[in-house]
Design a protein around this ligand. Structure first.
Ligand code: AMP
Ligand code: GLY
Length: 429
């Protein structure tokens, strides 16, 4: 089997729980000589050399990668991919896990993606798109609710409104197109049929025309228990998602994954990274809700610990075009991640609160840091809305949930909040 010909110097770009999981799992690999992070966070500062270069500072990241003689850059978030980080690194001959700017448009423009899905006959919600607020409003008034209004461009996961009434859809259109709450990302909008069903995250490693499906997972996007309240970046996840039975996964591969990979290659994108396909399992079968061009957060925190196959080997194989030589093997255990947030998130929340973590970590449990920082004394403090991702791996989902929640109870900071029902839907299915 092909493999890296020497241990690799790796750079992980980003500062969330996803990047902490990527860095931690890379560091365990015999194929890793070293792992550095930019910019990282307070928790990552303990295990990794962190460099204060922002994830959106393309020139700074290229400089860093050259200075540190990096062999492979692993890009966490979508923003640097859309800014062309991969293209800029490739120009210097540095290998990257993560698509070029042309592939990143699959996440950067929902209209671009909808056109691609329609052209290639991949199942997705019916939609119309508009560049003019008046036309969009007239269309909305002629439709029946519920309907979904989406800003075309990147909006940090906040650009989607599932409108229960026509009035709500109208105010979403106005906010996006007239008040420009997402800036230029809202220059065009998409108005979509509202699908019903349950969601699942399908992560696919892609290297040109080759692909490998990673373990399934399910996120919990709403802030409140029972899937109530506003959408967030994700409040918890588990893997595998048993909603996606083997039979359903075969169907998803047949009508969504393979056609997607073929469509992306046919459109001339040399995609080397992860295509995260958000699907809705509707009464008419699975449909694409969105593409992301990077790992999900917190899905990564439950997918990666379940990989039997070496992560660095897989990322290197994607970047260098030999993915079909590295079979993805998965552990039978279940993983569950509870996100601990700061009260107020996804709205305003306090920062700078001291965090106390247990001294001893139970086996097969990991606290991935997201919104954490070190204060001037080097003590750990909260620094974001999603603060920590507490993850456990266990023979059953119930045991994974018990272990993760046991650990959550031992973590303290003043405005700590978390959902108590991560995985509950599957446990009672
Ligand atoms: P997205 O950013 O496209 O993932 O959308 C965020 C959330 O909005 C999704 O996780 C779904 O819960 C919901 N959503 C998006 N598109 C649709 C749709 N066409 N029908 C129903 N719900 C949707
Ligand atoms: N957890 C959802 C996302 O990463 O987009």
């Amino acid at each position: 089997m092909k493999q890296p010909d020497k241990p690799l110097r790796l750079l992980v770009v980003g500062s969330g729980g996803r990047e902490h999981a990527l860095a931690a799992l890379c560091q365990r690999s015999p194929y890793a000589a070293s792992v550095i992070v930019a910019p990282g966070n307070g928790g990552m500062a303990h295990g990794f050399r962190c460099f204060p270069v922002g994830a959106d500072d393309v020139a700074g990241l290229v400089d860093l990668a050259e200075r540190e003689a990096i062999d492979l850059v692993v890009v966490g978030p979508e923003v640097p991919l859309n800014l062309g980080l991969t293209d800029a690194l490739a120009e210097k001959g540095i290998a990257v896990f993560g698509p070029r700017a042309d592939g990143a448009r699959l996440e950067g423009s929902k209209i671009f993606t909808k056109e691609l899905l329609q052209k290639h006959g991949i199942p997705t919600a019916r939609a119309r798109w508009f560049a003019d607020a008046g036309e969009a409003l007239a269309y909305v008034r002629g439709e029946t609710a519920p309907m979904v209004v989406k800003a075309d461009g990147l909006a940090a996961g906040k650009g989607v409104t599932v409108a229960a009434t026509v009035e709500e859809a109208e105010s979403a259109v106005r906010a996006i197109m007239e008040e420009k709450v997402f800036g230029e990302s809202g220059a065009r909008i998409l108005i979509e049929e509202c699908m019903t069903g349950e969601e699942a995250s399908i992560h696919v490693l892609v290297s040109g025309r080759d692909y490998a499906i990673l373990p399934t997972s399910q996120d919990h996007k709403r802030i409140g228990e029972g899937d109530t309240g506003p959408n967030t970046g994700g409040m918890g996840a588990y893997s595998p998602a048993e909603l996606v039975t083997d039979e359903l996964l075969r169907e998803v591969e047949e009508i969504i994954v393979r056609p997607s990979v073929e469509a992306v290659a046919a459109e001339g994108m040399d995609f080397r990274g992860v295509l995260y396909i958000g699907i809705m399992v509707t009464p008419d079968g699975p449909k694409v809700m969105e593409y992301n061009v990077r790992f999900g957060d917190p899905e990564t925190q439950v997918i990666l610990p379940r990989l039997q196959t070496d992560l660095v080997h897989l990322l290197h194989a994607c970047a260098h075009g030999y993915l079909n030589e590295v079979p993805v093997k998965v552990k039978p255990e279940h993983a569950l991640c509870v996100v601990i947030a700061a009260k107020g998130y996804p709205g305003d929340y306090p920062k700078g609160e001291p965090i106390s973590l247990p001294e001893e970590m139970p086996g097969e449990s990991f606290v991935y840091h997201a919104g954490t920082a070190l204060d001037p004394d080097g003590d750990l403090v909260s620094n974001g809305g999603r603060v920590l991702g507490v993850t456990s791996l266990a023979p059953t989902l119930r045991q994974a949930a018990e272990a993760a929640y046991g650990l959550c109870a031992k973590i303290a900071f003043a405005s700590k909040v978390y959902r108590r029902d991560i995985g509950a839907k599957q446990l009672t299915r």
